[in-house]
Design a protein around this ligand. Structure first.
Ligand code: SF4
Ligand code: MG
Length: 339
């Protein structure tokens, strides 16, 4: 993939290695050959089971990996190499370039301080905004994320707010920094289903209204398809399939993606969803030769166990699998896009 000058975030051939603290051997790749790019205002879903590398990918993008991790490849934000940023540039990138929304807002909001103090602190301290003005801005963004009576909420403590309300506060705090990119890591997983869709709706509206790019991490393929224009399916530290969300149902090609689609229950039995594919995913330190999905793949052949598949263009998506033509019975000449 070549550098895209219009990209907001561009990750090219990212590999992250870390030594297993329990073993004494060479560092193993936790992420391997991750390539993706995101345009301003676009939403990209990262979908996969826990441990597939979704969070690790955005930790790498924000330089929040453990110091022992070795990083290869390029990560560019608005054309600037994030892996080489330091000092003020790195601070500015983290403060105002990119905002993070996490699964559990309570873990990221100081319980002993009022919501108003939490929301205004960075504005006052880092950006020299006066206290009165910061409070006015905080009240305005609380309104924007659908919180009634913002003045009262600003005086409350985190324990006085529900989980859904706190997640809105978290999103409001991100908005106050006016980021161009939001990285949302399972932002609704801890919430009730009705609140989930409200929070997703807020993120979606902000993306559209403010043109903020969004990487949306979830283990819920339906949710990713509902929120994102493109979806990257991750498995064992690799992107195994990347394609437009609107095409995924019709054109999904990787056996793992097909497994995810096939294992979707007709009623909402979310916990059963991803375990319907036989076997278990490889752990972070279990990398071996060949395709990481081979132990669970009904189509696996010898080549799958010896040679790792590189991504190829297939049905207008990028797919990592050796046997696509065979599995989908498409003659090579009829393949769209070419490799
Ligand atoms: Fe299955 Fe082989 Fe394709 Fe891996 S490369 S997904 S094991 S067919
Ligand atoms: Mg995670």
């Amino acid at each position: 993939m070549s550098a895209d000058t219009r990209a907001l975030l561009e990750i090219e051939n990212l590999t992250v290695r870390l030594a297993d603290p329990a073993a004494d051997d060479a560092p193993k790749p936790l992420l391997e050959g991750i390539s993706l790019s995101l345009a301003p205002g676009e939403a990209l879903g990262l979908v996969g089971e826990s441990g597939s590398g979704k969070s690790m990918t955005i930790r790498a993008a924000t330089r929040l990996l453990p110091p022992r991790a070795s990083v290869e490849g390029a990560i560019r934000f608005e054309g600037t190499d994030v892996t080489r940023m330091s000092g003020p540039a790195l601070r500015a990138y983290r403060d105002t370039g990119v905002g993070m929304v996490f699964q559990d807002p309570r873990a990221h909001i100081n319980p002993t301080r009022r919501i108003g103090a939490f929301l205004t602190e960075a504005l006052v301290r880092n950006r020299g905004v006066g206290r009165r003005e910061a409070t006015a801005r905080a009240a305005a963004v609380l309104g924007e994320v659908g919180i009634d009576d913002p003045a009262r909420r600003l005086r409350q403590y985190p324990h006085e707010l529900s989980g859904g309300m706190l997640q809105r506060v978290m999103i409001a705090s991100v908005l106050l920094a006016e980021p161009r990119l939001i990285l949302a890591d399972e932002p609704t997983t801890a919430l009730d289903v009705t609140i989930q869709s409200e929070v997703v709706g807020i993120l979606d509206r902000l993306r559209r209204d403010r043109g903020i790019g969004m990487v949306f991490i979830t283990h819920d393929l339906d949710l990713a398809l509902a929120v994102c224009g493109r979806v990257a399916v991750m498995y064992a530290g690799r992107i195994v399939e990347l394609r437009d969300a609107k095409d995924l149902h019709e054109r999904a090609a990787h056996p793992y993606t097909l497994g995810l689609l096939g294992s979707r229950p007709s009623i909402d039995v979310r916990s059963a969803r991803l375990t319907a594919i036989p076997g278990r995913p490889r752990g972070a330190f279990e990398s071996g030769p060949g395709c990481a999905f081979a132990d669970r793949c009904a189509h696996a052949q010898d080549v799958c166990r010896t040679t790792p598949p590189e991504p190829v263009r297939f049905r207008d998506g990028d797919v990592r699998c050796h046997l696509l033509d065979q599995i989908h019975s498409v003659p090579t000449a009829a393949r769209e896009g070419g490799a």
